[in-house]
Design a protein. Structure first.
Length: 464
């Protein structure tokens, strides 16, 4: 499979090169040069497969001949073997036509594990084959960081530096990142927002000599491999509910737009998904865009769903590229103006096309608590604040008569304070994390300054 950049100035690459590169050197994001598609008969043939087998069948076309199907299947089997539920991503019915797709049974209790556990193995395989090392730099608003650290810890060919916004994650999220005693892991608390962290990561990639010197790589969903590994669970849920012979809608709590983009990709591969509902907290740029073509970035405000405290949704660029008819020049110009002016000028025809499929919904903290309480009272289901936003969005916007699947993106125990406020129940951490609050934390606080961050990354990579 060949990949091209959304901004058209980077040379096309194969999957391995895209995995290692993360971000294209023109600042764009890699996308498949052509989308793999399955026929209805092929989708039917995938029904009922165990998750690891299904994942390998869906991801392999995105990789191509550089990795055999059997090797990939061995990796998916390993990646999901340690998950806390035998179905890996179980579907739980919460209402007549509503289902929660639980994506939080991996080691760090968030949906990021679904992709990251596989990415760790893919990095190992490719780096060993090429006898190379990489320095992974990542930005997190709470969950990507710990999932990436868990997937990459103690790897000899990988150093990893994770930037999180100081004081803006939940305590559980921060401790999951900062208490991992692995030599190759470094945590930095940036004095800023998640958007600042993500900008710093992109700026490191844009610093060509630094990028080459450090052999930078990415684990955020700017890396195409992350998105590819998130597609199978949408197929898993849709097939379980009758696709391709029945339509299924999805409601996805959204921040960086990577998770819902994977749902879009599942549709692009041929699944009958007529509606994608995008849930947001008070950082509602995507909901505003879908309601009125207003993509204006504001200050990021802290909320009870910190992983979605994002204004600049990186993966929107991949959708924009498609909405603009894969016109890389127009995509690059639109992104340039967004950066310069803080407002993205999306042509009306492209916006109309987006709104034919996507609908946006925003909920403040009070509404989030109310939805956690309502869900628990009415169905006994305990949702974390992010999942609750997806659930409220589904309730408000699901098309009548269609099953709607809410992406349950984090375990409620990651946000015990909010869940307790809403239900009176404090969800316990699983036994393997029970001593999280006794573990020693290791992180450095640094200003939102590229020079300081690059110096810290360099020092970490050269520590031996
Ligand atoms: C629990 C949780 N829900 C939702 C999201 C939003 O997902 P995305 O950034 O892919 O839109 C995140 C962060 O990515 C998250 O950690
Ligand atoms: N919500 C994320 C933010 C980063 O998103 P990613 O999917 O691009 O890695 C987080 O929890 O860190």
């Amino acid at each position: 499979m060949r990949y091209i950049s959304t901004r058209g100035e980077a040379a096309p690459r194969d999957f391995e090169a895209v995995l290692l590169a993360g971000l294209a050197e023109d600042g764009g994001l890699f996308v498949p040069a052509a989308w793999p598609e399955f026929s209805a008969a092929e989708w039917r043939g995938l029904r009922g497969l165990p998750y690891a087998e299904l994942a390998a069948r869906i991801i392999h076309p995105f990789i191509g001949d550089s990795l055999s199907f059997e090797t990939l299947r061995t990796m998916t089997q390993r990646a999901y073997a340690g998950f806390g539920h035998p179905a890996v991503a179980p579907l739980v019915q919460t209402d007549t036509n509503t289902f929660a797709l639980e994506l939080f049974h991996g080691p760090t209790l968030a949906f990021k594990d679904m992709a990251m556990q596989l990415l760790g193995l893919l990095f190992d395989h490719v780096l060993e084959k090429r006898r190379e090392r990489v320095t992974i730099v990542g930005a997190t608003s709470g969950d990507t960081g710990s999932a990436a650290i868990e997937a990459c810890r103690d790897r000899t060919a990988i150093d990893i530096v994770i930037l999180h916004p100081e004081g803006r994650t939940s305590d559980v999220q921060r401790r999951q990142m900062t208490t991992v005693p692995a030599e190759n892991v470094r945590n930095i608390a940036v004095q800023g927002s998640f958007d600042d962290c993500q900008d710093l990561v992109k700026a490191m990639f844009a610093d060509v000599p630094f990028r080459a010197e450090m052999r930078l790589s990415a684990v955020n969903s700017i890396n195409w491999a992350r998105v590819a590994a998130q597609i199978p669970y949408y197929a898993y849920a849709a097939l379980a509910l009758g696709a391709p012979d029945r339509e299924v809608a999805f409601s996805v709590p959204t921040g960086n737009f990577g998770n819902v983009l994977a749902a879009w990709a599942a549709r692009r591969m041929g699944l009958p998904i007529p509606r994608l509902i995008v849930g947001a907290n008070r950082n509602d740029i995507l909901a505003r865009f879908l309601a009125s073509n207003d993509m204006t970035a504001r200050e990021v405000e802290p909320s009870l769903s910190p992983s979605m405290d994002i204004q600049v949704s990186s993966n929107f660029e991949r959708l924009l590229f498609e909405l603009l008819g894969r016109d890389a020049r127009a995509t690059a110009e639109t992104m340039r103006r967004f950066r310069a002016e803080g407002r993205m000028p999306v042509p009306d025809a492209a916006w109309q096309q987006a709104t034919a499929l996507f609908q946006g919904f925003a909920l403040d903290d009070q509404g989030t608590l109310a939805e956690i309480g309502r869900l628990h009272r009415q169905s006994g289901y305990l949702a974390d604040p992010h999942t609750a936003i997806g659930s409220a969005a589904a309730k408000a916007l699901a098309p009548a008569g269609l099953p709607v699947v809410v992406a349950a993106t984090a375990h409620p125990a990651k946000f015990p304070d909010a869940v307790e406020r809403a239900t009176g129940i404090r969800p316990p951490l699983p036994p393997r994390l029970a001593d999280l609050y006794e573990r020693e934390e290791r992180f450095t606080v640094l200003p939102n300054d590229l020079g300081s961050i690059e110096a810290a990354v360099r020092a970490h990579a050269r520590r031996n």
